[in-house]
Design a protein around this ligand. Structure first.
Ligand code: GAF
Length: 377
């Protein structure tokens, strides 16, 4: 990837720049909890966005995406926003740095990536984090702290891409550490690294390669449901609510909002249960919680789809320790905790059964937990 990027950079800009990269992420458990002030348990993976970047002394950004084979130029003022969606991620990062009083000058860049798109592995956060990290290094002497870099990516989603996401993806992409998952408290932003090398198990993603484009921005709608319930309960976020409080308003809020909140409140506890289980190397409990999360995401939060439910059923039938839909939902992949000796059987069965039902095989990615945003040597 690096060689390809460099070849293209030299050909286009007749010089060379500095390389930066940032990763996609997995999340062991804690879904749709980040924007509810709850806990998440992500880690960065060995699939990243990489960019070669060189300041060009002008007030223009010139950017080429190898994967989309598309070139865009834009200025750095609010009115210079590009129309191409992929370029808005980079423009947004520039603007969010500038809005916070940071510096960004014109630069030339070529980038590429190997984070599968639409798989729920956060290719967009990887792109934002790569540029936030790089522009901090190139124009701001690394004075912007890492939490602020993550928030710059998140604000880019909110203000330039129309997704009111939480902080998990950008946090994971910036803070990721080799062989470690991270438990983040999204209210206090305190976090802890958990070494994660489960002996006798593999962590594998099974990608349905399905992306359901649902109208009316369903992700934002889920968030609105949660905010309505919090308001009704008189708490800041659902982090401050419990099942008794929710039961006391049953019938006074819509059934749909009730189900959404029920999932989030249950998920908060599941992340804590998994943290304790991990400290005891109790992967059986981790697995049980993963299946519970899938159930909740499918029936109460309603962000799964038939293809992902089917992959989850196959995992259960094969005796896989834990399996669930991962990420925002509406397509993408399942994350599976599989005993070494079951791995081949599970993958073969999943491919065969899925293909015979849906006409195409799912893609399979073994997960390697890796470092997050960095300057490349
Ligand atoms: C998406 C969002 F970007 C995250 O903030 C998070 O809410 C996730 O969906 C669901 O857990 O990836």
């Amino acid at each position: 990837m690096k060689e390809n990027i460099n070849k293209e950079f030299v050909a286009r800009f007749n010089s060379e720049g500095v390389f930066y990269a940032s990763s996609g992420r997995i999340n062991l458990i804690g879904e749709h909890t980040d924007y509810n002030g709850g806990f998440v348990f992500p880690g960065a993976i060995d699939k990243c966005i990489m960019a070669e970047i060189k300041p060009n002394g002008s007030d223009k950004v010139r950017v080429y995406s190898i994967d989309i084979d598309s070139y865009v130029e834009f200025g750095l003022k609010e009115e210079d926003a590009p129309t191409a969606q992929w370029a808005r991620y980079i423009f947004g990062v520039c603007r969010e740095i500038i809005k916070r009083g940071g510096k960004v000058g014109g630069f030339d860049t070529v980038f590429a990536g190997n984070v599968p798109l639409g798989a729920g592995l956060s290719s967009s956060a990887a792109l934002e984090s790569c540029f936030a990290f790089a522009l901090n290094d190139l124009f701001n002497d690394n004075k912007i702290d890492k939490f602020e870099l993550a928030k710059i990516g998140q604000s880019t989603e909110h203000n330039y891409c129309g997704v009111n996401c939480g902080i998990m993806d950008q946090f994971a992409s910036i803070f990721g550490k080799k062989n470690c998952l991270m438990r983040l408290d999204c209210r206090s932003m305190e976090f802890k690294y958990f070494p994660f090398e489960p002996k006798g198990y593999k962590l594998v993603l099974v990608d349905s390669v399905v992306k359901h484009e649902l109208v009316d921005s369903p992700y934002n709608k889920r968030r609105e449901s949660c905010e309505r319930v919090s308001k009704f309960l008189g708490v800041e976020t659902l982090r401050d609510a419990n099942m008794d409080m929710l039961m006391s308003v049953k019938g006074k809020i819509s059934d749909e909002d009730f189900k959404r909140a029920k999932f989030v409140i249950g998920e908060k506890q599941r992340v804590l249960d998994v943290s304790f289980a991990l400290q005891d190397n109790d992967y059986a409990t981790v697995g049980v919680k993963m299946y519970e999360t899938h159930d909740g995401l499918s029936k109460d939060y309603e962000v799964s789809c038939v293809e992902l439910d089917y992959l989850n059923d196959i995992a259960k039938e094969c005796g896989v320790t834990g399996s669930r839909i991962m990420g925002g939902g509406f397509g993408g992949c399942t994350i599976n905790l599989v005993k070494d000796e079951l791995y081949d059987k599970f993958i073969t069965t999943a491919k065969e059964k899925f293909a015979s039902k849906y006409g195409h095989e799912p893609k399979v990615y073994e997960v390697v937990i890796s470092d997050g945003a960095h300057k490349c040597e």
